[in-house]
Design a protein around this ligand. Sequence first.
Ligand SMILES: O=P(O)(O)OC[C@H]1O[C@H](OP(=O)(O)OP(=O)(O)O)[C@H](O)[C@@H]1O
Ligand SMILES: O=c1cc[nH]c(=O)[nH]1
Ligand SMILES: [Mg+2]
Length: 209
Amino acid sequence: MAEVIEVKHPLVQHKLTMIRNEAVGTKDFRALVDELAMLLTYEASADLPMETISVKTPVQETKAQSLAGKKLAVVPILRAGLGMVDGILQLIPAAKVGHIGMYRDEETLEPVEYFVKLPEDIAQREVLLIDPMLATGGSAKDAINALKVRGATQIKLITLVSAPEGIKAVQEAHPDVAIVTASIDEGLNEDGYIVPGLGDAGDRLFGTH
Ligand SMILES: O=P(O)(O)OC[C@H]1O[C@H](OP(=O)(O)OP(=O)(O)O)[C@H](O)[C@@H]1O
Ligand SMILES: O=c1cc[nH]c(=O)[nH]1
Ligand SMILES: [Mg+2]
């Protein structure tokens, strides 16, 4: 079973607490989501392969570590995942970006897919699938399926807030997918919202209701 990493770093926890606050408005919410995405990517990229290369410093030639040219793709689940893209690209500017459009039916809580556009060579790339919220896990499971049917084999899911129910659902359906999250919350309420959560991430990012 791939691991689930809950990132306890003080900066992550502090910023997460800030966006949980309902009084935080769209502008600050967006900025903090971006920063959190960057910090979680630091953790999610900790196992990227390295190679030793030669580099000439102003003092002498030396051997040093460099990324081994691993190809990455960042794939947000629309809409809310879009809020995390820029933060990730600041750390991994050469990554290609795919998009998976999906919303939860408000009555059934089942995900509805409405758009998929991925880099052509997705099968050769390690994929960072991103969505701030992992609630029932339905959206993440279907998004991972959408990636796998198009050939992706190495997938990591990065979320800000996860419900235990969503983690279990993803692990059962996709035991090969590691999850990096800022928090494993208590659970879901009767409306399928994460408790205590931060509300509807998409609405808070984009100022909709
Ligand atoms: O784990 P689940 O139960 O599937 O719920 C999580 C999904 O719900 C939210 O999207 P939403 O449907 O609100 O769409 P939006 O991003 O367009 O607001 C969230 O961004 C996830 O994609
Ligand atoms: O709590 C939740 C659950 C699903 N989607 C959200 O944006 N928030
Ligand atoms: Mg939403």
